[in-house]
Write a protein that binds this ligand. Sequence first.
Ligand code: AMP
Length: 276
Amino acid sequence: MQTFIAECRRKNKRIGFVATMGALHKGHCALMHRARKDNDVVIASIFVNPTQFGPTEDFQTYPRTFEHDVGMLAYENVDALWYPTVKTMYPYPPATAMDIPSLTQTMCGVSRPTHFQGVLIVVAKLLNIVQPDVAYFGQKDFQQARVIETMVRDLNIPTRIVMCPIVREHDGLAMSSRNVYLSLTERKQALCLWHALSYAQTLVTKRKVRRVSIIEHAIKKIITDEASDAYIDYIAIRDAKTLQECTAIAPRQHIVIALAVFVGKTRLIDNILARA
Ligand code: AMP
C-alpha cells in the first residue's frame, strides 16, 4: 500500500478513500461513486475491525462476502483494495487509547461503551496507512462520522472528511450489512424506524413542533404500534454539530433525530436531519 501511495503522490494524484467492513451494498457503492467523482485515485478497505465490537457482539458472525465485494469494487472502478488481516492491523494489542468523551459517551456509546474507541483506533491507523486527501463516511453512522471529523481536526490529520447521505431500500429501510440478519416478519417491522423518523422530521419542519419530548413521544408511539418485536435502545434528538441534548429546538437550529432499535436480536440504527 505504501509503494502504491508513494507512486500516486509522485504523480500528484488526488486520493479518495472509503473504509468498510465488507458485505458491501449500495450504501457503500454511493461512497465509492462520490470518491470516484472527486478524485484521481480511489482506495477502499475491507476490514472487520475486532476492537470496535463488544465481547457479546457479532464480530464472529458479521457477514463476510469477499468475492461479491471484489465484484462491486471493480464495478465502481475502485483502483486499490486494502484488506489486511487482524494480525497485520494489530500485530500486538494497541497500547494507545483514543476517546472523545463528549461525543462517545452518549447515544450508541451508552449501549456500546467501547465501540467508538475501537473505531477511533482503526480509522486513525487506516488514515495513516492510506494517507488519503479525502475520506468518505456515511450519514448512516452519523455519530461515528462526527467522532471521526473531531479526531481528524484535533490531531491535524491531513485528510478531509466528507459525510454522504444515507442510501435506502425502495421502502425506506436504511441499507446495512446487518439487514441480512432480519427474518421476513422482522424486515417488515424494521420499517418502523423510517416511518418514525420521517414523521418526526415532518413535525419539526412542517408542523413547527419545538418541544423535544413531544417528538420523542410520537416516535415511541409509531415504533410500538408498528413493531411488536421492537425494543428501543435510544431515541436522540440532538444538535447536529455537537450532539448536545436540548429540551426545545431553537429557531433555525440544525438537528439530527437518531434511533437505535432492536428488531428481534438485530440492532438497527438510522437517523434523519432537520432544520427548525
Ligand atoms: P460499514 O461497512 O458498515 O462499516 O460501513 C462503511 C461505511 O459505509 C461507513 O462510513 C458507513 O456509514 C457507510 N454506510 C453504511 N451503510 C450506508 C448507507 N445505507 N448509506 C450510506 N452510507 C452507508
